[in-house]
Design a protein around this ligand. Structure first.
Ligand code: IMP
Ligand code: MG
Length: 187
């Protein structure tokens, strides 16, 4: 039995609540705020979240790389930049999970350098216990107080499990099965 961290229903409730918080925050913006989803992990969350946002928004995507398997590297690389002009605009970065904080630190600095008026951070999961560098999480779906590896709903293990509709804790058995699948795929 999988240990479910966030069920489909819980994720939907989170999206409704967070969308409301975002709507309240961007009520009086002069320029249309920009939502930037961090590919690929945040795509599922962004799609579910933005359908509940009522305020007019622009959407864009950014891609970075910093993670391999269940082991993190602090070396963040930009793979695809935003296409929108962020100048004088409020930007909300949408992430699946914030772990050490290195990726989000890089992203907020990068978007600020692009001229954004204000940068907000929104994450489905805040793995607060694993934080190594401070990053403010302005909108948070769920705070995880255990340092465990999770997958599903966009979150992956070596690109697997993004399609699973809920978030679960990956155990030794799951890892073994996925490693076998990946090994077979190489042949
Ligand atoms: P950070 O730079 O350490 O904060 O790592 C953030 C990125 O690592 C996230 O965007 C995820 O892609 C990935 N990540 C961190 N923890 C997990 C996890 O438990 N499961 C899947 N991906 C994770
Ligand atoms: Mg990610």
């Amino acid at each position: 039995m999988k240990r479910i961290i966030l069920s489909e229903q819980e994720i939907d409730k989170i999206c409704q609540r967070v969308a409301k918080e975002i709507d309240e925050k961007i009520e009086n913006e002069e320029k249309i705020p920009l939502l930037v989803g961090v590919m690929n992990g945040a795509l599922n969350f962004m799609m579910s979240l933005m359908k509940y946002i009522k305020h007019p928004i622009f959407t864009d995507y950014i891609r970075i790389s910093s993670y391999f398997g269940t082991k993190r590297t602090n070396n963040v690389r930009l793979i695809k930049d935003v296409s929108f002009d962020c100048t004088d605009r409020t930007v909300i970065i949408i992430e699946d999970i914030i772990d050490s904080g290195y990726s989000m630190k890089f992203l907020t600095e990068h978007i600020k350098l692009n001229g954004a008026k204000k940068v907000y951070v929104c994450a489905l999961i805040d793995k607060a216990v694993a934080r190594e560098v401070e990053v403010p999480v302005d909108f948070c779906g769920y705070v995880m107080n255990e340092n465990q590896f999770v997958a599903g709903f966009g979150l992956d293990y070596n690109e697997l499990e993004r399609n699973i509709p809920f978030v679960y804790e990956v155990d030794e058995n799951d890892l073994k099965k996925m490693d076998e699948l990946l090994e077979k795929d190489k042949k």
